[in-house]
Each structure stands twice: as structure tokens, then as C-alpha cells.
Design a protein around this ligand. Structure first.
Ligand code: SF4
Length: 329
């Protein structure tokens, strides 16, 4: 019955990386239900990034206030969604789908929210199944199968904006030393700088990328590399950052939204994992290399470490440099 759904609501994750891991589900949904009208709910910046793929017909920005969320649920209720796929594991997202009046509500169950779902699936242990496949499984009852995943394309205006931020004609390496999640995902910035110096010595122009909150670390790394490097932290929106990734010859990042963006753009991408699980959330892309050392305590999924960040300090600059060479080969 779900495979005949004509109005489908998809509540996407709020994190950039997780939202990009939902792309296989969105593409698969288009393939399985070509006649369906699909509405997506997510933070506005993520909708803007995904809209050019046309995997959904309408995006609804996820409001900040409870009152605005109630108004959005009421608006969607008049649309009469037949099926809601609820990707975030939170109580509030299941509650939202219920308030939006979706007849069928599919998501992973938990004590608190299973009663709000009509199909509450048992969630695999973290790392047993890649997160993109967890999301895909939510669409299985609607006939969704795994699609071939295209690269995520940058828009023409964003490509022009990105071109102004890189050296014309140079091979650009992007470094992403940040990770908003916390220090247990951040490879030491001294090692990013050491790697950057090697890339610069190999003739690459280095751009250090991050959000405004990561400006301090990005500027420190760029200065430590020298004249061939510059920090772009806080100077790009998501669309421009995607275009920068697409224009780059290489990206080296912590396990962060930037790594997922570079991977989705098809850029050769090296991702350094710390406290989390690459089996669960490695970025999706045709040219991704993961570097993860896993001491016995790994993965702990903590934001900070009380025992010295061994999962990160065990990763040597040499090892990451080798992964870079393999990624670009
Ligand atoms: S407890 Fe282990 S896996 Fe977790 S952050 Fe510390 S060293 Fe890394």
C-alpha cells in the first residue's frame, strides 16, 4: 500500500553530514514513486543545498520556535500526507509527523516515540549498518531500492563565487581542521599544518576551510603552513563551499560536515575519524579514503576524551599523506 503513496513527507536530519547520507533515500524515493509529490522538512540551508537535485518537490524550512513548528504541522495537515519518513531518531520529529496528520509514519522506534509511529522499526546497533542504509531501509516498505548516487553538483553562481577564492590554475588542497561536534573528532591542528606544508611543497595551493566558529584554528593552520595557504573560515555559505570542494584536487578533513560535502562533490577526500565510527557514518562519495585508528576504547562517540585522545594522536602525518596519494591516484 505504501508503494502507492502519492503525498510523501520526509523529515530530514538537521546535521549537514547526516542530511547528505539521506541522499540515497531521496533519490531512491524518486525512482520508486515517480508520481508522488514529495515534501522535505529540514533546516533552510540544507534544503537549498539539496533542492537542485530535484529529489523533492517542495522544501519546508524547519522552524526554530515551537509555535512556528506547530503552524507548519497544521499547514502540512491540510495537504494530507499519506506517508511520512522520519529520519531523525528524536521524539520531536515523530511528534511532528503525527501532528502533520501523516497516515503512515515510518521511523526507528524507541521507548518514547514508538507509539507515535505506525511502523516503528528496530534500530540496528550503531555501526552494524551504514547510516545511509539505515535511512534507505525506512523507504523499503514503499519500494525504495538503493539507487546509483550522482555527485552533488554546485550551482553556477556558487561556482563563480568559489573561483574568486582560489588561485587560478593552481591545484588546490582543502584542509578542514574543525569539527563542531567536539575535540574528540579533531586531529591535532599541528598535524594539519605539517600535512599542509607537505602538500604546499608538492606544489599545491592550500585553502583552510571551516565555519565562523572555527576561524581561530583555521587561521592558525594557514599561518603555520605559510604563504601558499590562506584561511577561508567563515567566508563561504554551504553552496559556495560545495563549489570550492568541486574545484579542489583534494580535501583532507576531520569527520565533519565539510568531509561529507567534499565526498558528495566527488572530490578525492581523506577523512580522519576520532571517537566515532567510520563503519556507521563514513562520507559517501566515489573517491573517499578513511583514516581511522581504533584503540580498544573506540568508538566511544564522546565529544571530549578523558584519556588523551589516543584515537587521534595515533594517526601520523605520514599515514594521512599516504591516504592523500591514494585518493588522488
Ligand atoms: S575514549 Fe578512546 S575512542 Fe574515545 S576519544 Fe578517547 S581515545 Fe578516542
Amino acid at each position: 500500500v505504501l508503494s502507492a503513496s502519492r503525498r510523501v513527507l520526509v523529515r530530514l536530519p538537521n546535521w549537514l553530514g547526516d542530511a547528505l547520507l539521506a541522499r540515497p533515500l531521496l533519490h531512491g524515493l524518486r525512482g520508486a514513486l515517480p508520481q508522488a509529490e514529495v515534501h522535505a522538512v529540514a533546516p533552510a540551508a540544507l534544503l537549498a543545498l539539496l533542492e537542485p537535485e530535484h529529489t523533492f518537490d517542495r522544501g519546508h524550512p524547519w522552524p526554530g520556535s515551537g509555535r512556528a513548528r506547530a503552524a507548519l504541522a497544521a499547514e502540512l495537515r491540510t495537504w494530507e500526507p499519506e506517508l511520512a519518513l522520519v529520519l531523525p531518531p528524536s521524539f520531536s520529529s515523530a511528534w511532528f509527523a503525527w501532528r502533520a496528520g501523516a497516515r503512515e509514519r515510518v521511523g526507528y522506534g524507541s521507548d518514547l516515540r514508538s507509539a507515535l509511529l505506525t511502523r516503528a522499526l528496530p534500530r540496528p546497533e550503531r555501526g552494524e549498518l551504514h547510516l545511509s542504509r539505515e535511512y534507505l531501509s525506512l523507504g523499503a516498505s514503499a519500494g525504495v531500492a538503493e539507487p546509483a548516487l550522482p555527485v552533488l553538483l554546485a550551482t553556477a553562481p556558487a561556482t563563480a563565487a568559489a573561483a574568486a577564492l582560489i588561485e587560478p590554475g593552481a591545484r588546490t588542497a582543502l584542509l578542514g581542521p574543525g569539527a563542531i561536534y567536539g575535540p574528540a573528532k579533531r586531529w591535532p591542528r599541528e598535524r594539519f599544518a605539517a600535512l599542509g606544508r607537505r602538500l604546499a611543497a608538492a606544489g599545491m595551493s592550500v585553502r583552510v576551510c571551516g565555519s565562523e566558529r572555527e576561524r581561530g584554528d583555521c587561521e592558525w593552520v594557514a599561518e603555520a603552513i605559510g604563504a601558499e595557504a590562506a584561511s577561508l573560515a567563515g567566508r563561504t555559505d554551504l553552496a559556495t563551499q560545495l563549489a570550492l570542494c568541486a574545484a579542489a584536487a583534494l580535501a583532507v578533513c576531520n569527520d565533519s560536515g565539510l568531509a561529507h560535502l567534499a565526498a558528495a562533490a566527488g572530490t578525492p577526500t581523506v577523512v580522519i575519524f576520532g571517537s566515532t565510527s567510520s563503519a556507521w557514518t563514513a562520507p559517501l562519495g566515489p573517491r573517499v579514503r578513511v583514516v581511522q585508528r581504533a584503540p580498544l576504547c573506540s568508538p566511544c562517540f564522546q565529544r571530549t576524551c578523558r584519556i588523551g585522545y589516543r584515537c587521534l594522536t595515533m594517526v601520523a602525518v605520514d599515514e594521512v599523506e599516504r591516504a592523500c596519494a591514494q585518493a588522488v591516484a
